[in-house]
Write a protein of this length. Structure first.
Length: 273
């Protein structure tokens, strides 16, 4: 299959555009108190193709717990920028969205997460001369969230449409969810998939492999009393058709013959045939 024209995959040009947009998106954590959440956020970013982590007055950073929770995304953690204020973290952005779990009296109505992600990607994808540029998603402290003053520093609020009766999300989980929405928006819902696969299949079984299995199977069926060769009816042809549909691999034939050998050993042992 030519992946460049597949309707299931983005074209190379679209993939480059998406990567460029993701590179212009900052994830800002304001006053994070738990270093583990910083590490979890770094991991969330890397899994979704983001890399720009900005920390505003973190309580503990660097910290071994952050490194442990990063789990393979230490490069994102090590490149994290630490700022003394939200203004510093947002300097140079053309759009910033603040995550809020509660309604506020100030500003326009909050955007749902999916709509917000699309808006961020739109601004990050535009050329600078068309109003594009750096953008940011801003998350508040784990306990108190963002203050009204911090929220008003941003262009718009964002909400996650969680269960109304229990809408509290862990900071790392909230970052992961928004990072996912951003990735889906950047790739128009069709992000590239990993090409790394765990080897599982084995070579197709040869004619000799399959015929050896059929002979073994028929022998066990006869010895067990399940099959009477003097009145064969259609048992063997039906079994052949069944396994032909499966398209047996060599490993599968070996497994089946191992099972048959175990049955034979059981039948020939104490109390057996």
């Amino acid at each position: 299959m030519n992946t460049a024209t597949s309707p299931l995959l983005p074209s190379p040009g679209a993939a480059d555009t998406a990567s460029t947009a993701l590179a212009r998106i900052r994830i800002v954590l304001c006053r994070p108190s738990h270093p583990g959440n910083i590490g979890a956020a770094a991991r969330a970013l890397k899994t979704m193709g983001l890399s720009r982590l900005v920390l505003v007055t973190p309580k503990l950073f660097p910290d071994p717990e952050a490194t442990a929770r990063a789990a393979g995304s230490q490069d994102v953690l090590e490149a994290a920028r630490v700022c003394d204020s939200l203004d510093e973290a947002l300097d140079g952005t053309v759009m910033s969205l603040a995550l809020s779990a509660r309604k506020r009296e100030v500003g326009p109505p909050p955007l749902p997460a999916r709509e917000a992600a699309a808006a961020l990607v739109d601004f990050a994808s535009r050329p600078d001369e068309d109003g594009g540029g750096e953008v940011a998603l801003v998350f508040g402290n784990e306990t108190v969230g963002l203050s009204n003053e911090e929220a008003m520093r941003c262009s718009r609020l964002v909400t996650i449409p969680a269960n109304p009766s229990y809408s509290s999300l862990n900071l790392g989980a909230a970052v992961q969810l928004l990072a996912w929405e951003v990735r889906m928006a950047a790739y128009a819902g069709r992000p590239p998939e990993s090409t790394v696969a765990t080897p599982f299949s084995s070579p197709v079984a040869t004619f000799g492999d399959v015929e050896g299995f059929y002979a073994h199977l028929e022998r066990v069926m006869i010895d067990s009393g399940f099959h009477n060769p003097d009145q064969p009816k259609r048992l063997v042809p039906k079994l052949r058709r069944l396994f032909a549909r499966a398209g047996l691999e060599r490993d599968e034939v070996n497994i089946l013959r191992g099972l048959l050998s175990a049955v034979e050993a059981k039948m020939s042992g104490p109390g057996g045939k």
